[in-house]
Write a protein that binds this ligand. Structure first.
Ligand code: VG1
Ligand code: CO
Length: 541
């Protein structure tokens, strides 16, 4: 076992979901090692513990796992559970951590960010509940990384990650497991598999776009082998180190191939896609896009048709910028709805305390109490279960939501890779102007509330501030501004727009049209062009 001296890097602060950097940054000598040792130094009980390790298969995944294994041995870890080939989707890793009662695990992924030697890499730690480490812990990792002067590592040959079963690495046991088996078993316990099988047997057709990312093997096994979806249902199903050169980001821009397949006569009934690490989902009907916020609300309204939720939902949570469609359903069901900051780590305490059963984000993330991560394939199966029972089309289910609760029209505008100084100045200016806004008129609307979102966790009392600038209008419309915490170069500004439309006669209006005046107002009020030089967003979802 070796002790290697090192010097700190100043930039290892985890963001919305772990530490994400360009591969070139991660490959600097000692960079990965410093972060892993910083984490291990902050975790109680590492000696003798079991850790789960796996990632989304992107470039640098295997090399990083070999390093982490050698560091785990040197730090006294007793057992490492690793997905075969180093592969574990994020929700499958969360499940393994829970099933095995481990100390936690390292999940290697930069999620929807592009991969390859010039792409991004990422790493995060999930604790014993299977969920992403809370902010207090990731801040402790960061503080440690600023003063670290050495790390422990064993020097020895790599192990074969492709051979299932147990291998010894010095005194530590490495157990290579089938990445799909436990996850597929969990899904069978949650859903009415027979009903979904009958749906497919009756001629229902779907396409699942795995985007050359981690969900391919999971989707093939569950959708095609176990549920009888036609062979070829899963497209782009082979995980590639560079995701075929694409962004593995399931939205209308990056999953354009799927969107095209779902349009026109003869298109399948249902389309879905997941992201790099398998925790996001996009849901499409024939010629119909389901806004993620509406998806959460539809699933909440129909949860009782799914065996796992037969007893009813305890509560729902959504991240602050997610639309309030789910709140309206929660009110209808007579259950609480919580509003948390962006990032799955904030749902963990609510799930652990049994306060919520379902949660989601506008960024194509939906999940439940079955694991402590958002779960792409789970969301697809949840939709399939509801479709199988209700026997309505995707569009009919969404229109039913709008009819029953009114339509919460929603859009997110992303300005990617803008200069950091401009983005920071824009947010600073917005913050400075907040106090004077209530009661004034902006673009014909009266401002009712204006603040920078702060959150006190109702379970553990922890406090998170500066989580997004929000402006609420008297007519119920809302604008939210925040900067991304997952990017790796420059800044990404996200602008979230929302408006309520109770009148069914106006429900079919395209979101972009219905939100056009609010979008103009949002851009003008923040001075987006002035601060960023951008006239239009890069991605609208
Ligand atoms: C984005 C999303 C956020 C999500 C996070 C991680 O964060 O907006 O809702 O939880 O990505 O998802 P940000 O800070 O860039 O807005 V994933 O699938 O990238 O782990
Ligand atoms: Co992801």
């Amino acid at each position: 076992m070796g002790f290697q001296t090192t010097t700190p890097f100043g930039d290892q602060r985890p963001g919305t979901s772990g530490l994400r950097k360009a591969v070139t940054v991660f490959r600097q000598a000692d960079y990965l090692e410093n972060f892993i040792q910083s984490a291990l130094d902050c975790l109680p009980g590492v000696a003798g513990a079991t850790l789960v390790i796996g990632g989304d298969g992107r470039y640098y995944n295997s090399a990083a796992i070999q390093t982490i294994l050698q560091m785990a041995v040197a730090n006294g870890v007793a057992r490492a559970v690793v997905g075969r080939g180093g592969i574990l989707s994020t929700p499958a890793a969360s499940n393994l951590i829970r099933q095995r009662g481990t100390l936690g695990g390292f999940i290697l992924s930069a999620s929807h960010n592009p991969g390859g030697p010039d792409g991004d890499f990422g790493i995060k730690f999930n604790g014993a509940n299977g969920g992403p480490a809370a902010e207090a812990l990731t801040e402790a990792f960061f503080a440690r990384s600023l003063v670290i002067d050495g790390y422990r590592i064993r020097h020895g040959a790599d192990i074969n990650l492709d051979r299932p079963g147990e291998t010894r690495l010095g005194p530590m046991i490495v157990e290579i497991v089938d990445p799909v088996a436990d996850y597929a078993a969990l899904m069978e316990n949650i859903f009415d598999m027979a009903a979904i099988r009958a749906l497919f047997a009756g001629g229902f057709r779907m396409v699942f776009d795995a985007m050359h990312a981690v969900t391919g093997p999971y989707a093939r096994e569950i959708l095609e082998n176990r549920l009888g979806a036609a062979p070829g249902t899963v497209i782009n199903g082979t995980p590639l180190e560079d995701f075929g050169g694409h962004h593995p980001d399931p939205n209308l821009v990056h999953a354009a191939e799927l969107v095209a397949m779902l349009s026109g006569e003869g298109a399948p009934d249902f389309g879905a896609a997941s992201d790099g690490d398998g925790d996001r989902n996009m849901i499409l009907g024939r010629d119909f896009y389901v806004s993620p916020s509406d998806s959460l609300a539809v699933l909440a309204a129909n949860a009782r048709h799914v065996p796992h939720f037969r007893g009813g939902l305890k509560g729902i949570a959504r991240s602050m910028p997610t639309s309030r469609a789910a709140d309206r359903v929660a009110a209808g069901l007579g259950i609480p709805c919580y509003e948390t900051p962006t990032g799955w780590k904030f749902f963990g305490t609510l799930l652990d305390a049994g306060r919520i059963s379902l949660c989601g984000e506008e960024s194509f993330g939906t999940g439940s109490d079955h694991v402590r991560e958002k779960d792409g394939l789970w969301a697809v199966l949840m939709w399939l279960n509801v479709l199988a029972v209700r026997r309505l089309s995707v569009a009919e289910l969404v229109r039913e939501l709008w009819r029953d609760y009114g339509r919460t029209i929603y859009g997110r505008h992303d300005y990617e890779g803008v200069a950091t100084e401009g983005a920071n100045a824009l947010i600073a200016e917005l913050r400075a102007g907040l106090a004077g806004l209530p009661g004034t008129e902006l673009g014909g609307r009266i401002v009712a509330t204006a603040d920078d979102f702060a959150y006190t966790d109702p379970v553990d009392g922890s406090r998170s501030e500066r989580q997004g600038v929000r402006i609420g209008f008297a007519d119920g419309a809302r604008i939210v501004y925040r900067l991304s915490g997952t990017g790796t170069s420059g800044a990404t500004l996200r602008v979230y727009l929302e408006r309520f439309e109770p009148d069914p006669a106006r429900h079919e209006c395209p979101a972009a049209e219905a939100l056009a005046d609010l979008a103009t107002l949002a851009a003008g009020h923040a001075g987006i062009a002035r601060h960023t030089g951008r006239q239009a967003p890069d991605v609208v979802t």
